[in-house]
Design a protein around this ligand. Structure first.
Ligand code: IMP
Length: 214
C-alpha cells in the first residue's frame, strides 16, 4: 500500500481539511470525482452511509495500490432530538442555517453559558477507508452549541452557527460553561480559521481514529 489516499467527496472544504491534517502525517490526499452518481442511502446511521459510498466507489479507484476514503458527517441538535443528524445535507439545502436558527428561536438566553446548555449540539463524523484489504472505520465527535445568529464567512455547511465547547489541556472537549486551555471564545467555526477549527473538529478526530488503525 502506498501513502496516497483518494477522498471521494464533492465538498472541497472537506478535502482542504483532510489535506491539511493528513499531509502532516505523511499521507497524500487527492479528491476523487466520479462522473457516475454515487447514491447516498438515506440510512439511520452515518456508518451505513459511509460503507455504501465506499462499496460503490471502489471500482472507480484510479490505482489499486492507493487507498479510498469517504466521510459522512452530520449536526445533531439536542433540543431537536438529534435533528438534522443524518438528514443534515438535506436540511442545509432546504431550510439552511436560517431555518435551524428559527427552529431554536424559543431557546435563547442573554447568558452565553445558558445558551450552551439550552442549544446543545454535536457534530459527528464517520470516516471509512478502504486500505486495500478491508474497510476500516473512524469516528469523531465535536460537542458545542448553536449560536444565536449566523457568524463568520469561513468554512462550509453549518459552520457559521456552531460554537464548539472549549478543550482541556489534553485536547478533550469540556462541557457547557467550562473554560479550557483551547477556546474559540464564543466564535463559531465559520469565524475562526481552518487551523483553529481542526483542533476541535469531528472530522479530524474521525481521521485520527482511522489513521491510528493503519
Ligand atoms: P455530509 O453528508 O457528510 O457531506 O454532511 C452532511 C451535512 O452536514 C452537509 O450539509 C455539510 O455541509 C454538513 N457538515 C458536515 N460537516 C460539517 C462541518 O464540519 N461544518 C459544517 N457543516 C458540516
Amino acid at each position: 500500500m502506498g501513502n496516497k489516499i483518494w477522498f471521494l467527496t464533492g465538498n472541497l472544504g472537506k478535502v482542504k481539511e483532510a489535506q491539511l491534517h493528513l499531509h502532516k502525517l505523511g499521507y497524500e490526499v487527492e479528491q476523487l470525482v466520479i462522473d457516475e452518481d454515487i447514491s447516498e442511502p438515506q440510512a439511520e446511521d452515518l456508518h451505513s452511509v459511509a460503507e455504501a459510498k465506499i462499496t460503490q466507489a471502489l471500482p472507480h479507484l484510479p490505482n489499486k495500490e492507493d487507498m479510498l476514503l469517504v466521510e459522512d458527517a452530520g449536526l445533531f441538535i439536542e433540543p431537536l432530538n438529534g435533528f438534522p443528524g443524518v438528514y443534515s445535507a438535506y436540511a442545509l439545502k432546504t431550510i439552511g442555517c436560517n431555518g435551524i436558527l428559527k427552529l431554536l428561536s424559543h431557546l435563547e438566553s442573554q447568558d452565553p453559558v445558558m445558551n450552551g446548555q439550552l442549544r446543545g449540539a454535536e457534530f459527528q463524523a464517520v470516516a471509512a477507508l478502504w486500505n486495500g484489504q478491508e474497510i476500516i472505520f473512524g469516528e469523531g465527535k465535536c460537542p458545542g452549541w448553536i449560536s444565536k445568529e449566523i457568524n463568520g464567512e469561513d468554512g462550509f455547511g453549518f459552520d457559521p452557527l456552531f460554537v464548539p465547547f472549549d478543550l482541556d489541556g489534553l485536547g478533550n472537549p469540556l462541557t457547557a460553561g467550562n473554560y479550557g486551555e483551547t477556546s474559540t471564545h464564543g466564535a463559531t467555526f465559520g469565524a475562526v480559521g481552518l487551523e483553529e477549527k481542526q483542533l476541535f473538529s469531528h472530522r479530524m478526530r474521525a481521521l485520527n481514529d482511522l489513521i491510528s488503525q493503519l
